[in-house]
Design a protein around this ligand. Structure first.
Ligand code: F0G
Length: 459
């Protein structure tokens, strides 16, 4: 008997969630200036804002928390964490940080200067923000098919290799202090990157002498997709796939709040011992000493255990099929779901669902807000509110390629009936398009505006 979809765990602790009334949600959204980031967690019934730091830890991880060694320097928990990085990822050196964006910040502050360019298949918003505040240019070079939400291809998260080489030639290697690749490609609907593409990206960077860093947030999910979708890896254990993926890179940054299976944490791992000195100085000023980097010993202990849990194939099988199931539920509700479904989230093409709302009026924000009003479900826009930017050459305002709503699934938190309930609310929004309204920005900061923007509905 094969079991295609089942939680490989049982529930030991539960957390009560409260269903609000429609009137309460209308008031909460108005008070939040139509930005779901400003809504209180307790006013949300099912929270799919992010898969970051929102997962449930295992009994082993909670037990590990009690073993946390809180020594300022050289804590036992640090060495457990270092050993997990060495065994699972294969990098000899690691510096902990409090989360992923701090890892990016520390790495970029040490290596990147104003005016320089950093290529990536797609930068996530904080990665982009960390480069922009240094005056550097983040450049995205996704494969063209990543902007097509319909075409079913196995690795739509890939880097456009010809585009990468053309960018390097045009920019000049002296202006590219490092190159990146994000696995899975969060801004491109959580799509995986193939092993061939990781290898070829590394080959190009290295041919030009550019250090290659992976943004490793969802490396377990990426490895699982390689096993599922590349016949060469069908019989390869995930742990081996993970080792091979990282073997091509000089280092990585990671938000451990994703595939680290913890609520807080991050790190920078690398091969060059020189980097420890370079980044370490910044780390001590901004995060903490080299062996805790902004985390408690107990956090490092939970992370060491979490890194081992994410490469468990029963877990990854459940994770992928759980996410795919939500994709099926939303498709059945009539939503244009980005295909194929990614690892950590389902992305819905709101631009396609509501063609009457222009991109500049953020149809994905309109749909996310309607889902909240209808069912108390919190999702997030991954579209032009998040990604609109001025073209560095022409100054022209560039909108996002797609107006997506992301339904990000916290790890080991929601059951299949929660997913079915989301489907009901989604169907209601599709049947009553008048619930979905265009919006305009009334106030926003210059960088990372979507977190704090205030909006109003356009009647
Ligand atoms: N890189 C990627 C690909 C991410 O998805 C994130 C976070 C980060 C870096 C930054 O990590 O949050 O620990 O500082 N993504 C979350 C999300 C916030 O909702 O997708 P962090």
């Amino acid at each position: 008997m094969t079991i295609p979809f089942i939680e490989p765990f049982r529930i030991k602790v539960v957390e009560k969630v409260r269903m609000t009334t429609r009137e309460e949600r209308v008031a909460a959204l108005r008070a939040a200036h139509y930005n779901l980031f400003a809504v209180r967690g307790e006013d949300v019934f099912i929270d799919l804002l992010t898969d970051s730091g929102t997962g449930a830890m295992s009994d082993e991880q909670w037990a590990g928390m009690m073993h946390g060694d809180e020594s300022y320097a050289g804590a036992k928990s640090y060495y457990h964490f270092e050993q997990a990085i060495q065994n699972i990822l294969g990098f000899p050196y690691v510096l902990p940080t409090h989360q992923g964006r701090a890892a990016e910040g520390m790495l970029f502050k040490s290596l990147v200067k104003a005016g320089q360019t950093v290529p990536n298949n797609r930068h996530f918003d904080t990665t982009m923000g960390n480069l922009q505040v240094l005056g550097a240019n983040p450049v995205d070079i996704p494969v063209a098919e990543s902007a097509d939400s319909e075409v079913e291809l196995p690795f739509k998260g890939n880097m456009d290799l010809e585009g990468l080489e053309a960018l390097i030639k045009k920019t000049g290697v002296e202006n590219i202090p490092l190159g990146m690749l994000t696995i899975t490609n969060n801004s491109a609907a959580g799509q995986p990157v193939s092993m061939d593409n990781i290898r070829a990206t590394a080959e190009i960077y290295h041919r030009y002498g550019i250090p290659f860093f992976i943004d490793a947030c969802r490396f377990g999910e990426n490895a699982w997709f390689i096993k599922l979708r590349d016949p060469k890896y069908k019989n390869t254990p995930v742990r081996e796939i993970v080792r091979e993926m990282f073997s091509y890179a000089d280092g990585c940054t990671m938000s451990a709040k994703k595939d680290g299976m913890v609520n807080i944490g991050g790190f920078i791992a690398f091969r060059d011992p020189e980097l420890k000195g370079q980044i370490g100085a910044n780390l001590i000023v901004h995060e903490g000493f080299l062996t805790y980097g902004g985390l408690a010993g107990r956090d490092l202990e939970a992370l060491a255990i979490g890194l081992n849990e994410v490469v468990d194939e029963d877990y990854l099988n459940y994770r992928e099929s759980h996410t795919r199931y939500l994709g099926e539920v939303l498709s059945a509700a009539g939503m244009p779901v980005y295909k194929p479904t990614g690892g950590h989230a389902v992305y819905v093409d709101a631009g396609k669902a509501f063609p009457g709302i222009p991109k500049r009026q953020f149809p994905a924000v309109g749909l996310a807000n309607a889902l909240y009003i209808t069912g108390g479900i919190r999702t997030v826009e991954i579209g032009s509110l998040m990604f609109e930017h001025a073209d560095p050459e022409t100054g022209e305002l560039m909108l996002a390629p797609l107006e997506l709503v992301r339904f990000a699934i916290p790890r080991r938190v929601y059951t299949r009936s929660h997913l079915d309930y989301i489907g009901e609310a989604a169907a209601e929004c599709m049947k009553r398009p008048e619930l979905v309204k265009g919006l305009r920005v009334t106030w926003a900061p210059k960088v990372l505006r979507h977190f704090m923007a205030q909006l109003e509905e356009i009647e």
